[in-house]
Design a protein around this ligand. Structure first.
Ligand code: SAM
Length: 396
């Protein structure tokens, strides 16, 4: 598997597309709204005080569908509110009229992302948001697509004021080398699961640490002074790494593949050689990497939980799953929109319908026993001023 080539969400806006099945991720964007708005205010202030021609905002792993432009809309709305507040202050005190800052958005994802869908929806988005903003006129803004991995440099030095990334950083830059070489060391699984050897857990953990510290180093170089970064990604609440909540998501999918192996419809060797480029860390694991990087201060860190079923909005209902069959089908649709391209490339398209039917049944049976929730880690980070040699890791 080559992540840069193979990883993308289901394209288009049809029944199985990510665009039509990203309610779970939408809920996370809405939940992190207050954190994002605070970071926008800080980034806006720093772009104004530095005299930059525009406030530069990049959404990393933007995907395609309504969530992509929801992020743009949230940032625009937050800046419009700031302009209004400034106008109200200068209305009561004699002061120069507030400067309206232009916004430049960069929407980043891997090259296989359905950027066309995003670009095609821009005109309607612009018209609708201008109409809806009413009194609070939106600042002038420009939107560009930026294909490439966020585990590489994406921008020149010090030119971005705000990075945002939602539901992306649990994806690794690659499958850990030893697993990718084809060694059968996590038989029957596609990720960490109850019988995964500790040596394999360590491979995933090391890959996570390397990826996140590289990501922080790269973004720090690209951020302007006082630059901000808001990150939300899947994590783990259970201390036991073999029983992490997201492990169940992939474990139940591996079980469905095992059933296809038993029926002779999938080769066992194919299943044994399929490994996800994924790791959901605990909040402590994430904090440790950030602290060790030495280039960001943590302004906010939290973990919230989100029901597996994207359509289940009952948050304070303890362990109650009202209709496990329906929830199983909803979870299967959400996971299919994310994992289908990787599965289809490895196992072939012919397995998809039967696989996700079985998966829906496995999830329904699991939800009858325990209402599992996705833990989501939310971070707001502020770039630290550090000597250039420290950021590059070559101080003597
Ligand atoms: C679950 S989607 C989230 C999309 C969107 N942010 C949302 O909240 O709906 C994860 C996205 O991260 C992207 N992604 C994963 N690894 C990436 C990388 N190394 N560089 C850029 N994008 C990446 C995937 O292609 C996918 O579009």
């Amino acid at each position: 598997m080559k992540v840069e080539r193979d990883l993308h969400m289901n394209r288009g806006d049809g029944e199985t597309s990510y665009a039509a099945n990203s309610r779970l991720q939408k809920k996370s964007i809405l939940k992190t709204r207050p954190v994002l708005h605070k970071a926008v205010a800080a980034a806006h202030a720093s772009s104004l005080s530095s005299g930059a021609g525009a406030m530069v905002v990049a959404d990393l792993g933007c995907s395609s569908g309504p969530n992509t432009l929801l992020v743009v809309s949230e940032v625009l709305g937050a800046v419009a509110n700031l302009h209004e507040e400034q106008a109200a202050v200068s209305g009561v005190r004699p002061s120069p009229p507030p400067r309206v800052q232009h916004l430049q958005f960069f929407l980043n994802d891997l090259p296989g992302n359905d950027f066309n869908l995003v670009f095609q929806s821009l005109e309607v988005f612009k018209k609708l948001s201008a109409k809806e903003s009413g009194e609070a006129a939106l600042p002038p803004y420009y939107v560009a697509g930026l294909p490439g991995s966020f585990y590489t440099r994406l921008f020149p030095d010090r030119c971005v004021h705000l990075f945002h990334s939602s539901y992306c950083l649990m994806w690794r830059s690659k499958v850990p080398d030893e697993l990718a070489r084809g060694a059968v060391i996590n038989e029957g699984n596609m990720y960490i699961w109850e019988d995964t050897p500790q040596s394999v857990v360590k491979l995933y953990q090391r890959q996570f640490q390397e990826d996140l510290s590289l990501f922080l180093k790269l973004r720090h170089r690209e951020l302007a002074a006082n630059g901000q970064m808001v990150l939300a990604f899947l994590g783990r609440k259970n201390r036991d790494v073999l029983r992490g909540e997201v492990s169940y998501t992939w474990g139940l999918l591996a079980q469905a593949l095992q059933s296809l192996v038993k029926q002779g419809r999938v080769e066992k060797a194919k299943l044994d050689s399929f490994n996800l480029p994924f790791y959901a860390p605990s909040i402590d694991e994430a904090r440790d990497v950030i602290e060790q990087s030495g280039v960001f201060d943590i302004s906010h860190i939290q973990l919230f939980e989100s029901n597996w079923d994207p359509h289940d909005d009952l948050d304070d209902d303890g362990d109650l799953v009202l209709d496990s069959v329906r929830s199983g089908a909803n979870v299967a649709r959400a996971i299919r929109a994310v994992a289908e391209p990787l599965i289809a490339r490895h196992f072939g398209e012919h397995v998809l319908d039967e696989l996700f039917k079985m998966y829906a049944r496995n999830v329904a049976a699991h939800l009858q026993k325990v209402k599992t929730k996705y833990p989501v880690i939310v971070l707001s980070l502020k770039a630290r001023r550090v000597p250039k040699c420290q950021a590059n890791g070559n101080c003597h």
